[in-house]
Design a protein around this ligand. Structure first.
Ligand SMILES: [Zn+2]
Length: 335
């Protein structure tokens, strides 16, 4: 039988949970920094070898990284780079998350225009077909959330797929009620809604995401496994869980055996597999993430294909794009 890595390299892949802020390699940022007369704090190839101090404040480090991107043209370049890198490992379609609070140097309309342009260029040059969601931070106010949603409606492009929320729920507490109006407005406007939950929050965060924010899918969602009734409900209602094994094993589960991936698959949950923060995870590729998941949870090749099909079902794109992705997977299986 074909070697697993060769199989996964050939497999047409779909990714739904990756942060654009975590796709910019040190070399790219070094080039941007030089234009501003700045230097990176470490050599480019060791930029992400974070000290314990950096990791203790991951979001602050992310802000420092994003500050090297000085112009909308450079943001477009970063988006183009991400689309091309995804295409190189046979990711056909990718939805990336971008949180405007990490980019205070740009207005939201500038961000939307630049990322759209970069993804268009990347696609035209043979990269992945990329879309993006704009993400709120859990610490923002309900008014700020509504303002972002309104801006998204006013500056909509075909590559702007939806509204998202991320950030530390353990610190911010339950914020479902606060963000509910913005998510309902986004849904009414035809945007997809995705919510980080069940990572820094437990089952209650997952319930709030589904019941209050009407999330179409969950980024992470793994801690739903702490409540078997909730897992059963998520599987029954086919709520997709965008799981990031390497990220979870780095940040969330001290003991690998506690990760519920196998249990969630066995329960029939609609699992997708994703990288979350590739540059912070040693330049992780999706191919490698899938290989690790396959080994970790003894996944069959059919299960790995099924995760790609789940991602197509959960993607915030039109029926035509989904049909083309399903056909690529069907053709792959026909060999
Ligand atoms: Zn994430």
């Amino acid at each position: 039988m074909e070697d697993l890595t060769a199989f996964l390299t050939r497999l047409p892949k779909v990714e739904l949970h990756v942060h654009l802020e975590s796709t910019m390699p040190g070399e790219l940022l070094e080039r941007f920094a030089a234009r501003q007369g700045k230097r990176l704090p470490r050599p480019a190839d060791r930029l992400y070898d974070c000290s314990a101090e950096d990791l203790s404040d991951f979001l602050a480090f992310l802000d420092r990284i994003c500050a090297y991107v000085g112009t909308p043209q450079e943001l477009a370049e970063a988006a183009e780079y991400a689309a091309l890198a995804a295409g190189e490992e046979n990711i056909l379609y990718s939805e990336m998350i971008l949180n405007p609070t990490h980019w205070p140097q740009f207005t939201v309309p500038e961000i939307i225009a630049a990322v759209t342009e970069g993804f268009d260029r990347g696609r035209a040059a043979g990269g992945a077909d990329c879309r993006f969601t704009l993400s709120l931070s859990r610490t923002q106010t309900g008014e700020e959330a509504l303002a972002l949603e309104r801006t998204m409606e006013m500056h909509r492009t075909p590559r702007l797929a939806g509204l998202s929320v991320d950030g530390n729920e353990a610190l911010s507490g339950r914020t479902g009620e606060r963000f509910r109006p913005a998510f309902l407005a986004a849904k009414a406007a035809g945007f997809g809604c995705t919510v980080h939950a069940g990572e820094s929050s437990g089952p209650e965060g997952v319930r709030d995401a589904v019941d209050l924010l009407k999330a179409d899918r969950l980024d992470h969602g793994v801690r739903a496994a702490e409540d078997p009734n909730l897992v059963e409900r998520l599987a029954r209602e086919r709520v997709p869980l965008n799981i990031c094994l390497t990220s979870n094993l780095t940040l969330l589960y001290r003991r690998p055996e506690d990760h519920p991936l196998r249990r969630l698959l066995a329960a029939g949950a609609a699992v997708t597999l994703n990288r979350d923060d590739p540059t912070f995870l040693g330049g992780l590729t999706l191919t490698e993430e899938l290989r690790r998941a396959a080994e970790f949870a003894s996944m069959t090749r059919q299960e790995l294909i099924r995760c790609q099909e789940n991602a197509v079902d959960a993607a915030f794109c039109g029926a035509e794009t989904k049909a083309a992705l399903r056909e690529a997977l069907a053709e792959f299986q026909r060999g």
